[in-house]
Design a protein around this ligand. Structure first.
Ligand code: AGP
Length: 609
């Protein structure tokens, strides 16, 4: 996820763009740049680093006198953070400059096509292809050139485009990625999100899918994909600036919980080809290498480790080889038994967790093959692993992870399914069924997120709890680990995740009248056992909230509250089950008035041992 902004009007555009980009830094902050257009052509200033670094460069260059320009703050996807990979991208001809938020999935074939027509490329990015493609299509009419280029694009894009021949206008175009139009007096704006322009205008509208807007200082003309002029109702924003950075949500955590469907879709889509086959895009690990793997270790910390514990159950079943999940801080000191036929899957949102990085190095030292599942492009763990699968979750600001957890899980599942297919453990038909089920996860999560009131109500009953137990069996126990951590880290309520079958071997002595127990009951083969465990704790005075499958007609007869997850396949259940539990933790912490996005004692990335 990146932040784009554009301005056409009468103000000095440079300070305005810089200030607007600072409001979008939460969307991406590994590099930034601006493009200014005047009668003298297009001028680009861009750099790796934060907006502050860009500001130093721009201000040292002095005022440009320009009043039209576009800007970008980047969250790297294709091409590591660097000066040359940062946006805006100016076509070699100098005629077209582009800022882009999204992923162009067919950029490699477009690059090949343009290269065959004499175009040269200087970056590793997909976005540079857009500027050169528009240039290729340009013959004097900017709108026609953009629409002609768009016909070749596959993927997601919010684009801000300026043409040297038309220094008084900006063109905006979007598909899948958001783009706001801001309406002012003798000035108009584009932005990825409202915070960027709230200082200058509160009158905005969102471009709809495939709409193209032409902005001058006096006018905004919007056209649909058929070229018809369309009008939008202008929304007057009442939010304060702080709230707007969170998209109107009170905390980044709830915003990121709500972003999970989109994050999962963006993570899965580029890895599934038109035939429904899984594309891993590995450069070092061949299909033969993957077939020869005879054991897997998943290693990470915190929530990323919990992804590994969930995935362990699925990978073991699909691959029929030993699969273990191990805490990175233990793994690295445990003298793990590894060799060249061991695959070590390292999971990390930040890609900088020191325990996890050292575990990766231990794995490599012992000759294991390594794949990392990471959210930050070109982070240490990504750079040091043999292969990397990036989660396209976008920047995750809240310390408590949600969308990164969810995208990590589906990515490990895709890796496991592909490996099982290569080993003949899953037929092509079974693979297609599993991939289809994974592609349905976002809509299942959307169904859950459409009714947050239930979790708000249940949280209101129990937010004063002193201790909470999360129980589950098999994959539900793995999920309870994450559910418990979410509650602990943001609400400061002590909680434990417990294998339900183990409770009676001691810990059940802690269950007393009013103790809250949350029973995860979505793993169908052991539902009867879970119901027995619920009865056991109920008999000792516990209050029980059960997370159950949509068609479950038994558990409701024994639990105090039931939370149903939508009907889905076994592979989707973990991704859906965790969502009400994220919401439960969020609403409990919210009712307790906790500092949800920055819990005490915690950091978003633990780069110390
Ligand atoms: C999750 O909510 C926590 N913030 C924490 O457990 C986190 O998952 C852990 O520190 C690992 O971080 P990483 O994914 O960036 O490696």
């Amino acid at each position: 996820m990146c932040g784009i902004v554009g301005y056409v009007g009468e103000r000095a555009v440079t300070p305005l763009l810089l200030e607007a980009l600072e409001k979008l830094e939460y969307r991406g902050y590994d590099s930034a740049g601006i493009a200014l257009v005047s009668d003298g052509g297009i001028e680009i200033q861009k750099t790796r680093g934060r907006i502050a670094d860009l500001r130093r460069i721009v201000e040292s260059a002095g005022d440009s006198g320009c009043t039209v320009g576009i800007g970008h703050t980047r969250w790297a996807t294709h091409g590591e953070p660097s000066d040359v990979n940062s946006h805006p991208h100016l076509s070699k001809s100098g005629r077209v400059a582009v800022v882009h938020n999204g992923i162009i999935e067919n950029y490699i074939e477009l690059r090949a096509f343009l290269s065959a027509h004499g175009y040269e490329f200087s970056t590793e990015t997909d976005s540079e292809v857009v500027s050169e493609l528009i240039d290729y299509c340009y013959s004097g009419d900017p709108v026609a050139a953009v629409r002609k280029a768009e016909l070749q694009l596959r993927g997601s894009y919010a684009l801000g485009i300026i043409f040297a021949d038309f220094p008084e206008q900006i063109i905006a175009l979007r598909k899948d990625s958001p783009l706001i139009i801001g309406i002012g007096e003798n000035e108009n704006f584009i932005a990825s999100d409202i915070p960027a322009i709230l200082k200058y205008t509160r009158d905005v509208f969102r471009l709809d899918e495939r709409e193209l807007a032409v902005l001058s200082k006096k006018r905004v003309a919007v056209f649909n994909e058929l070229g018809e002029r369309v009008e939008h109702v202008i929304e007057h924003i009442e939010w304060d600036a702080g709230a707007a950075e969170k998209g109107g949500y009170p905390h980044f955590m709830i915003k990121e919980i709500m972003e999970q469907p989109e994050a999962i879709s963006k993570t899965v889509a580029p890895r599934i080809d038109a035939n429904g086959d899984i594309l891993l895009g590995f450069k070092s690990l061949s299909d033969e290498d993957l077939k020869n793997i005879d054991s897997i270790k998943l290693t990470a910390c915190g929530s990323a480790y919990h992804v590994g514990v969930v995935a362990k159950h699925l990978l073991k079943k699909w691959l029929d080889i030993p699969v273990e999940a191990e805490l990175a801080s233990e793994f690295r000191y445990d003298d793990p038994i590894l060799n060249e036929r061991t695959l070590v899957i390292v999971i990390s949102q930040s890609g900088e967790t020191l325990d996890t990085l050292y575990a990766l190095r231990e794995a490599k030292n012992k000759g294991a093959r390594t794949v990392s599942i990471v959210n930050v492009v070109a982070s240490s763990i990504a750079n040091e692993s043999e292969e990397v699968l990036y989660t396209w979750a976008g920047p995750e600001i809240s310390v408590a992870t949600t969308k990164a957890y969810s995208t990590q899980l589906v990515l490990v599942e895709l890796l496991g399914i592909r490996m099982a297919q290569l080993r003949g453990k899953l037929s092509d038909c079974e693979v297609k069924e599993l991939v289809s089920a994974i592609k349905c996860i976002p809509s299942g999560i959307e169904t859950i997120l459409s009714d947050v009131q239930t979790m708000q109500y249940v949280a209101s009953l129990y937010f004063n709890s002193q201790s909470v137990f999360f129980l589950g069996r098999n994959i539900d126990f793995a999920l309870s680990l994450e559910a418990s951590l979410k509650l602990k880290e943001i609400s400061y309520i002590h909680s434990e995740a417990y294998a339900a079958g183990e409770l009676k071997h001691g810990t059940i002595s802690l269950i007393e009248d009013g103790t809250l127990v949350i029973a995860l009951c979505t793993y169908r083969p052991l539902l009867d056992k879970m119901i027995s465990n619920i009865k056991e704790v109920k008999a000792r005075g516990a209050k029980v909230i059960a997370i159950i499958n949509e068609d479950d007609i038994q558990t409701g007869t024994v639990a105090d509250h039931i939370i149903r997850i939508p009907e889905c396949g076994e592979i989707s259940a973990p991704s859906l089950t965790i969502v009400p539990l994220q919401l439960f933790a969020y609403y409990i912490a919210s009712l307790k008035g906790c500092d949800i996005d920055k819990p005490r004692n915690l950091a978003k990335s633990v780069t110390v041992e």
